[in-house]
Design a protein around this ligand. Structure first.
Ligand SMILES: [Zn+2]
Length: 381
């Protein structure tokens, strides 16, 4: 057994002080410390669960759609440097053959197990974003490949992914989406509503039947207006809903992030990066979904000015949410790790608990990222 010490650790039961965590074969086998309700000093060394990001297209110059093992390794390493210890490799709206290649590639990587990528985040599965989205709300998803939901194509994606699709972004307003949503509810795949024209009433009716998430809440859906509320208030107040938020300050204004977290509470918000290839790289020219993207000034933009994913790392997302919402560390761990793990049915990641994987971040005062530890091994950041 190896051990890790920290001044504080954030566990599902509360915050512990003077902590020792024991690790055997990459699993947490021992946790000791003193429960505390004290305010954590700004310079304190805090152990949090490693970040779980369910929406990552790329990073380090690579994209999931490159469909090569090297691309996935590059993405996993780039995000591990920013505290992500598990991720869903996320596809983009494209032709069926291109999506199939990406799905097979991720399934192969998952089958290769821990040996696939030393020093990288774990691939916990696939997020299929599109192609079944609404042509009026494509965001940076290539419009030319958007199509009406098709159950037969969906089943082919499941087959190509060898059951590794854990999450699907879909425009749930289509009648044709219904059989896919029902399939997902039966087979433990999270349905996340996005790139959508859905209204609050239709959304509430669907939520009364089962859980639904919001794909990057506020982005690529009708905005909130006090007399024409759209889907946002329903996503923020329904007990069956969970909302992704891109916490880079460009996709959603910090004041609106603060409002969303206050309204939904930390049990119903997941920070995501929606990162593209430029994440962890410098300014420059990249490609997303076959279209050119320019990264400059902290933003990734299509040539027409549409936001095209982010260059955010989860350590920045966590620091931003902590600063903008003034949340406590237990809430921060939920929004950056535990909720996402739970939403993809993984109780062995996303928490500092006996039997869970020994995946951690060390944060100074809970906001400055100092270390990433995966399976008990420190990553070079
Ligand atoms: Zn999107």
């Amino acid at each position: 057994m190896t051990t890790l010490d920290a001044a504080f650790a954030v566990t599902p039961q509360g915050i512990l002080a003077r902590v020792t965590v024991g690790i055997s074969d990459g699993i947490i086998t021992h946790i000791s410390g003193d429960p505390t309700h004290d305010v954590i000093p700004n310079d304190a060394d805090v152990l949090l669960p490693g970040f779980v990001d369910v929406h990552i297209h790329g990073g380090g110059g690579a994209d999931t759609m490159d469909a090569t093992p090297e691309a996935l390794q590059t993405i996993c390493r780039a995000h591990a440097k920013r505290g992500t210890t598990s991720l869903l490799a996320t596809t983009i709206t494209h032709g069926e053959a291109e999506i199939a290649r990406a799905l097979v590639n991720v399934a192969d990587a998952i089958d290769a197990g821990a040996a696939f990528c030393h020093g990288g985040a774990r691939i916990a599965g696939i997020h299929l974003e599109g192609p079944f989205i609404h042509p009026l709300r494509p965001g940076a998803q290539p419009k030319e490949h958007v199509r009406v939901p098709n159950h037969d194509e969906w089943l082919r994606h499941i087959e190509h992914s060898r059951g590794n699709i854990k999450r699907v972004t879909i425009a749930a307003e289509y009648a044709e989406a219904r059989p896919i949503i029902e399939w997902c509810w039966k087979n433990n795949v999270t349905v996340t509503v996005g790139h959508t024209t859905i209204g609050g009433d239709q959304l509430a009716a669907l939520l009364s039947e089962g859980p639904l998430d919001a794909t990057h809440l506020f982005n690529a859906m009708d905005p909130i207006h006090h007399r024409k509320p759209g889907p946002v208030p329903t996503f923020l107040t329904h007990p069956n809903a969970m909302a992704e938020l891109i916490a880079d300050g460009h996709h959603v204004h910090p004041d609106v992030i603060k409002m969303a977290v206050a309204a939904a509470g930390p049990d119903h918000i997941m920070a995501i990066t929606d990162a593209m290839a430029g994440m962890g790289q410098g300014d420059g020219d990249y490609v997303l979904g076959g279209h050119p993207v320019k990264v400059a000034g902290g933003k990734a933009l299509l040539l027409d000015g549409t936001l095209a994913g982010s260059i955010l790392g989860m350590s920045d997302a966590a620091a931003n949410i902590a600063a903008w919402t003034c949340c406590d560390l237990i809430s921060l761990a939920k929004m950056t790790s535990t909720n996402a793990a739970d939403r993809i049915g993984r109780t062995d990641i996303g928490r500092i608990a006996l039997g869970a994987k020994a995946d951690f971040v060390r944060m100074q005062g809970g906001t400055t990222h100092n270390a990433t530890i995966i399976g008990g091994v420190s990553i070079d950041i």
